[in-house]
Ligand binder design. Structure first.
Ligand SMILES: Cc1cc2nc3c(=O)[nH]c(=O)nc-3n(C[C@H](O)[C@H](O)[C@H](O)COP(=O)(O)OP(=O)(O)OC[C@H]3O[C@@H](n4cnc5c(N)ncnc54)[C@H](O)[C@@H]3O)c2cc1C
Length: 514
């Protein structure tokens, strides 16, 4: 069953047309750097791997180098190791230590900041994608490179589910380590709340098991501390939930009521039972105009959902168009992913998966949380921000998506896992995307808009989501980790004392907090 909604993926969607425009933010490797890593004895690594080492000029290098966000299409790693198992990951880490080569770990390649690429070696675990489900114990062993749609599919075959995110091609490693917020999170919690343990290769090259009984501090850090910080994870143990019926809805409202709908929606979702998940989207479709839309998923029947929606209507008024329908979990996840009419195989990225048809996207984003339902003055400001994007950059698509939090997410204490944002009403993501029809001037205007939003509308005290990692954020460590930052630094210092797992926003070895 499909429904008339613009998913987050669709809001972000853009073709490759002007992809290079912002690449310079993170930078293409300067020629001197490339020459330096050209002299590294890569052949020795290649012969020691069970998987393949791909270097510039070799077949499939372009596909292997590519990240999901085509804004980073110009990044050219000196080599990509397509690992076959944890021994390959250990060999890569050993090689980079011996030859002093920078590296980045990559699972699904969806890092918003491009932090899963490197001028040196990309250690790609995407082939470590085996999923073993134990339906009796309701647990799954999941390779660190498994993509979300395959995980949803594998567990759904046993009548089970795991709460995750919307994008079908996101890797479990990045998602779970940063938190994992999705349409089932108010009912079942975050993906990281389902991580019972992991296998990892440390900076010292040790292959360890992580969980409540072993390396418990690292287990704590891997659940919300963000990918790429402590060790290379090769697999996760996840707890699963029994899957029941789901009902989905999508409602549109006239733009003139945008501020009122956002205000009413925030009050509604804050008091809804945890079976209800919903988001409120305010976005510009470029020349097609401005849209305000409320979507959601209810863990229960369509009839019960209709009753919940009557409460929403009482707060925001009638919708101008409405869709309500029931579905099973896998179909619901496909609808949320924007690939309702596709097979699971097709619901992958073209060129990087046999039969995959999905495209790459060029986009930039920023996030914040909403701590308590906001008043009309505040929601008017949010709506005005989207109008400003439409005015300043009419050939871009973009806007704001408020995803409901609370419920099971907030039942976990802020210090129980590294994911600290356990008292929020909503997570807001601001995005703009561009494609072949976008003017380069508008792409620059979009970046200006996001900067303005960060300084004039977003409240920095509300924090930010590490999985929407934002290279332009200044006080990023405090925004992502809040009161958990000092403990994260201690975990980092213990497992990676020389900061080998380093990138522009990796957890610092020391903080000023006690
Ligand atoms: C279209 C789209 C939709 C999204 N929707 C959601 C959503 O609904 N909910 C949500 O919570 N998030 C969502 N995200 C954000 C997503 O969760 C993050 O971007 C996540 O970090 C991506 O993980 P990845 O493995 O695909 O990315 P990667 O770029 O491969 O990795 C992300 C980070 O983890 C590190 N890493 C990768 N593999 C490993 C490993 N094996 N061991 C240690 N570190 C590793 C990388 O170095 C990098 O720093 C979305 C992203 C996109 C692009």
């Amino acid at each position: 069953m499909s429904r008339p909604r613009v998913t987050r993926r669709a809001v972000l969607r853009g073709a490759l047309g002007v992809a290079g425009t912002l690449v310079g933010v993170e930078g293409t490797a300067p020629a001197a750097t490339l020459a330096r890593y050209a002299r590294v004895p890569w052949g020795r690594l290649a012969t020691g791997l069970d998987g393949r080492l791909v270097r510039p000029g070799q077949p499939r290098y372009r596909e292997a180098a590519l990240l999901y966000n085509s804004r980073f299409a110009d990044l050219r790693p000196a080599a990509v190791a397509l690992c076959r198992g944890s021994n390959d990951v250990a060999r890569c880490l050993d090689f980079t230590r011996t030859h002093d080569v920078p590296f980045a770990l990559r699972s699904g390649g969806h890092s918003y900041g491009g932090y899963s690429s490197s001028v040196g070696l990309v250690i790609d675990v995407s082939a470590l994608d085996a999923i073993e489900v134990d339906p009796r114990r309701r647990v799954a062993k999941v390779g660190a490179g498994a993509q979300l749609i395959d995980l949803y599919d594998a567990v759904a075959r046993h009548g089970l589910l795991v709460p995750g995110g919307t994008c079908p091609t996101v890797g479990i490693a990045g998602l779970a380590m940063g938190g994992g917020i999705g349409v089932l999170a108010r009912r079942y919690g975050l993906t990281c709340d389902h991580v019972l343990g992991a296998r990892a290769v440390t900076a010292a090259g040790d292959q360890i098991s992580v969980g409540a009984e072993e390396h418990a501090d690292l287990w704590w850090g891997l659940r919300g501390g963000g990918g790429g910080n402590f060790a290379a994870v090769t697999s996760f143990h996840l707890s699963l939930e029994p899957a029941g019926p789901l009902a989905l809805f999508s409602q549109r409202y006239p733009w003139t009521r945008a501020a009122a709908v956002l205000e009413g929606w925030q009050h509604w979702i804050a008091t809804e039972p945890e079976q209800t998940w919903s988001n409120c989207q305010l976005f510009s479709e470029g020349s097609s105009g401005l849209v305000v839309q409320v979507n959601g998923v209810y863990c229960g029947s369509s009839t019960d959902l209709e009753r919940r929606l009557a409460g929403l209507a009482g707060l925001v008024g009638p919708a101008s168009s409405s869709f309500v329908g029931g579905d099973d979990v896998l179909e619901a996840m496909k609808i949320e992913a924007g690939c309702a009419s596709l097979t699971v195989a097709a619901c992958h990225t073209a060129g990087q998966w046999p039969g995959g048809v999905l495209g790459h996207e060029a986009y930039a984003a920023k996030s914040s949380f909403v701590g308590a339902p906001e008043d009309r003055a505040r929601t008017t400001k949010w709506a005005g921000a989207v109008e400003r994007l439409a005015r300043d950059a009419p050939t871009l698509g973009g806007g704001l998506a408020f995803d409901g939090c609370g419920g099971a997410i907030n039942r976990v204490a802020a210090a129980a896992t590294a994911f600290v944002h356990r008292d929020k009403v909503a997570l807001v993501q601001a995005t703009y995307s561009w494609g072949s029809g976008s003017s380069p001037a508008d792409v620059v205007a979009g970046a200006r808009w996001l900067r303005w939003l960060g300084t004039s509308v977003i409240d920095p005290a509300e924090g930010a989501y590490v999985n929407y990692i934002d290279p332009t954020l200044t006080d990023w460590a405090r925004a992502y980790y809040g009161s958990n930052l000092a403990r994260l630094s201690r975990v980092k210092a213990h497992y990676d004392p020389t900061d080998r797992f380093h990138f522009a926003q990796s957890i610092p070895l020391e903080t000023t907090d006690a």
